[in-house]
Design a protein. Structure first.
Length: 292
C-alpha cells in the first residue's frame, strides 16, 4: 500500500482529472493549516485572479489518507475529494460582501483555547492568557441555521481593525455575551454544565464573573471545573470529590470522548466562591511527571 507521501503526490497530480473543466485553470496547492490544537496538511485549489472571490474548501489530507487505507482504491478517494470540492466551492462578487473588517466590530467574539497546544497559532494572533488557556478572537461573517462562518483575527486583521488590544478585548467580551447567551443546566444531582445557547465555544462562559457566581449559587459553594471541551465546562461541588479523582476522569474524557480539535485543557480548575477566584487545581500531565 502506498505511504502517505506518495498518496499526497498522487492526489496533487491527478485531482484535476476528476473535476469539471471549470477547475482545470485552478492552481493545486498543498498547504499547512493551523487549527485549534492541530496543524494539518490540506489540499487547496485556488482560482485564477479575476473579479470573483472564491470560497474554497480545505481538504484535509490525513483524513483522506484514512479513507484510502480503508477503501484501498485511490480513484474512489479522488472521486470523493472531487465531490467535496464541487459541493463546497462557492463564489460571490466582491460588491456583495463587506470585507471592511472595521464595519464588523459588533461581530467580534472570543474563544477559549489551550495555550500549550496552540503556541504556533498564538504567535500570529492577538490573545489574552488566562491560567493555562488563551483567549483568541474571531469575526462572525455570517450566521444561519447551518452554522457560523468566522474569520480568525490575526495580526494583519488586527491592524485593519485599528483597535488596541484592550479595545479588542472589551468589544469581544460584550459581543460574545450578547450574541451567545449563557446557559447553565443540571446534568445530575451534583453535576452542572455551563455553556451558551448555541453550544458552540461555550467554555468561554468561564470568563463571565456574573455567570460563574450564578453557577456557584446553584451549586451552593465553591466548586471544581472539569473543562470537558472548548464547547462547555462541567462543575461539581468541592466537597463531592477531590481534584485527583476528577483529573483522571478528564484524562479519559480527552482521550476517548473528545475530538482532538475540541480538547480544552488537561487541568482541573477550582473556583473559590468567597474569593471569586479561579485557580489550577490538578493536571494529569503534572501528575505523570511527579510519578516518573
Amino acid at each position: 500500500m502506498m505511504d502517505y507521501g506518495v498518496f499526497k503526490q498522487v492526489i496533487f497530480e491527478r485531482i484535476k482529472e476528476f473535476l469539471p473543466p471549470v477547475f482545470h485553470t485552478y492552481d493545486v496547492n498543498i498547504t499547512t493549516v493551523r487549527k485549534i490544537n492541530q496543524k494539518k496538511e490540506a489540499l487547496l485549489l485556488m482560482p485564477p485572479k479575476n473579479e470573483q472571490i472564491a470560497a474554497m474548501p480545505n481538504i484535509y489530507l490525513d483524513e483522506m489518507y484514512e479513507e484510502f487505507r480503508s477503501k484501498q482504491d485511490i480513484e474512489e478517494v479522488l472521486r470523493l475529494i472531487a465531490a467535496m470540492i464541487i459541493h463546497h466551492t462557492g463564489s460571490f462578487n466582491a460588491q456583495q460582501v463587506d470585507l471592511d473588517f472595521k464595519n464588523k466590530k459588533d461581530s467580534i467574539v472570543m474563544n477559549l483555547i489551550n495555550r500549550e497546544r496552540n503556541l504556533e497559532l498564538l504567535e500570529t494572533v492577538p490573545h489574552q492568557d488566562v491560567m493555562d488557556l488563551s483567549v483568541i478572537y474571531r469575526i462572525i461573517m455570517e450566521q444561519d441555521d447551518s452554522g457560523l462562518a468566522t474569520i480568525l483575527v490575526d495580526n494583519r486583521i488586527m491592524e485593519e481593525l485599528e483597535l488596541s488590544e484592550k479595545e479588542l478585548e472589551e468589544l469581544a467580551y460584550a459581543n460574545t455575551g450578547r450574541m451567545f447567551p449563557i446557559e447553565i443546566f443540571k446534568l445530575s444531582d451534583l453535576l452542572y454544565v455551563m455553556t451558551n445557547e448555541l453550544k458552540v465555544h461555550g467554555a468561554t462562559t468561564m470568563m463571565y464573573s456574573q455567570a460563574v457566581e450564578i453557577l456557584a449559587e446553584k451549586i451552593g459553594g465553591s466548586f471544581f471545573v472539569i473543562p470537558s471541551s472548548i464547547h462547555e465546562i462541567m462543575a461539581v461541588p468541592e466537597w463531592q470529590c477531590d481534584a485527583g479523582t476528577l483529573v483522571s476522569m478528564l484524562e479519559d474524557g480527552n482521550k476517548f470522548c473528545c475530538l482532538e480539535e475540541e480538547i480544552l485543557s488537561n487541568t482541573i480548575y477550582h473556583y473559590d466562591k468567597d474569593k471569586k477566584l479561579f485557580t489550577m487545581a490538578a493536571s494529569y500531565e503534572e501528575m505523570r511527571v511527579s510519578c516518573a
